[in-house]
Design a protein around this ligand. Structure first.
Ligand code: MV4
Length: 450
């Protein structure tokens, strides 16, 4: 087992990793920025090291500072959490060169999945369904016009180095393509330092469905079913659930078996998520892979009983999946997560400041992952997530009714939060009926009553 782990992250996920380490008897080292001196991850870790000024670029993203802290504290591994350095292959390489275990896949695999058109090709080779589109990069407008004609409009141009919706343009007609090609390429070059684009058939109202996987370091891979993440605004997920009502047991088994083969071939290790779009006919198509633990991992934990972060730590210690997981994992009930953000209710702008009152709900089937507390401060430098509220029930109805009760008992004063927005979404007929896609929030926010 690992002896001592540095957590290169902050907020609820840092605390989540500390708790998993504690259960495994692993010592923990927190790192923190000057803005996070009074954060709970600092208080609850065995040791804590300040790594720089508030801005993430000067602290949590500062590779030499993080590595120096790891060397000073003499850790044998680093858990990157999500965001920040979690999908940075160069960081994983520096860890390797410094003899520190990076808790995640090998840098080569992270790099492959970071190049979206290469990931697409790797999935295609393994018979994972992908959308019709270009073979690799579209090098010019002319090539793009050629591919678009073959694929059929509408198409979507995406950045090879992309993610989060930047460098993406929908093209509905050939006459619009030249301008959109340049716009997407320029945006991608500015955002990612690489303007290369690839192309896919555009799905108008997709659902976002993703599969959780775990892989050990001995070539064993298992899938832990799917999450439905279509309730999102501006590429930020608001509500996630597991399982998806749209995925049949047959699809689940087929996709699971295909992913298992694919990730074994690729040499995947540790936790990962494979994102799919579901079209109007209910077919699933791979779009990208995330090589990290995700924000919404607790809904999978709720329905499988597997502690994914403990599994990550045990995998990184060299344990085999058959030592970590029970022989037969089945889906138990239904789980939903609300991301509680510190944000202004109308403008959705961040609402930083001091929390004056804080009551966390509890009772059967309710989990709250948070690093906030009364009299604590939400700094303006980082993302606005202040808590994840997860409910679990025998079925979706029970998970929903537990969520409604828990939301009503979640009290946060001093800053604005998304709790009222979540309460309104849970009253929506379409949401309650499971009738939604990635355009749901646009329609919902346009309704006069919402
Ligand atoms: C798409 C798509 C429709 N068709 N690809 C947005 C972020 C990036 N991860 C992929 N995205 C999309 N790719 C094709 N071929 C629609 C989106 C999309 C989306 C996807 C998942 C969740 C929310 C979304 C919101 C807008 C657009």
């Amino acid at each position: 087992m690992l002896r001592k782990v540095l957590i290169a992250n902050r907020n609820e996920i840092a605390l989540r990793v500390i708790n998993a380490c504690r259960e495994l008897g692993i010592r923990t080292v927190a790192v923190y920025s000057e803005a996070d001196r009074n954060s709970l991850h600092v208080k609850f870790a065995d040791e804590a090291i300040c790594i720089g000024p508030p801005r993430a670029a000067d602290s949590y993203l500062n590779v030499p500072a993080v590595i120096s802290a790891a060397e000073i504290a003499d850790v044998d591994a680093i858990h990157p959490g999500y965001g920040l350095l979690s999908e940075n292959a160069n960081f994983a390489e520096v860890c390797r060169a410094s003899n520190i275990k990076f808790i995640g896949p090998p840098p080569e695999v992270t790099r492959l999945m970071g190049e979206k058109e290469k990931a697409r090709q790797a999935m295609k080779d393994a018979k994972v369904p992908i959308l019709p589109g270009s073979d690799g990069i579209v090098a010019s407008e002319e090539e793009a016009l050629d591919w678009a004609q073959r694929v059929g409009y509408p198409v979507i141009l995406k950045a090879k180095a992309g993610g989060g919706g930047r460098g993406m343009r929908i093209v509905r007609a050939p006459e619009d393509l030249p301008n959109l090609f340049h716009a997407a390429s320029t945006e991608a070059a500015n955002a990612f330092g690489n303007g290369d684009l690839y192309m896919e058939k555009f799905i108008e109202r997709p659902r976002h469905i993703e599969f959780q996987v775990l892989a050990d370091e001995h070539g064993n891979v298992t899938t832990l079913f799917e999450r439905e993440c279509s309730i999102q605004r501006r590429h930020q997920k608001l509500i996630e659930e597991a399982p998806s009502l749209q995925v049949t047991p047959k699809m689940r088994a087929e996709i699971g078996a295909t992913l298992k083969r694919c990730l074994t071939d690729i040499g995947y290790q540790n936790a990962g998520t494979i994102e799919f779009l579901m079209d109007e006919d209910g077919s699933l198509y791979f779009i990208e892979m995330n090589t990290r633990i995700q924000v919404e991992h607790p809904v999978t934990e709720a329905i499988t009983g597997v502690d994914l972060v403990k599994a990550q730590l045990r995998i990184a210690s060299g344990e085999r999946l058959d030592q970590i997981l029970p022989a037969n994992i089945e889906i138990r009930g239904h789980a939903i997560e609300c991301r509680i953000n510190a944000e202004h209710p109308d403008k959705f702008t961040p609402s930083a400041g001091k929390i004056t009152a804080f009551n966390v709900p509890g009772f059967n089937g309710v989990r709250v992952d948070t690093a906030q507390y009364a009299e604590g401060v939400v700094p303006p430098y980082y993302d606005s997530l202040i808590a994840k509220l997860i409910t679990h029930g025998a079925n979706r109805e029970e998970a929903i009714s537990r969520m409604e009760r828990a939301l009503s008992q979640f009290i946060v004063q001093g800053i604005h939060t998304s709790i009222p927005l979540h309460q309104r979404i849970f009253q929506d007929e379409d949401f309650r009926a499971g009738k939604f896609d990635t355009k749901f929030m646009e329609r919902f926010l346009a309704k006069p009553s919402s």
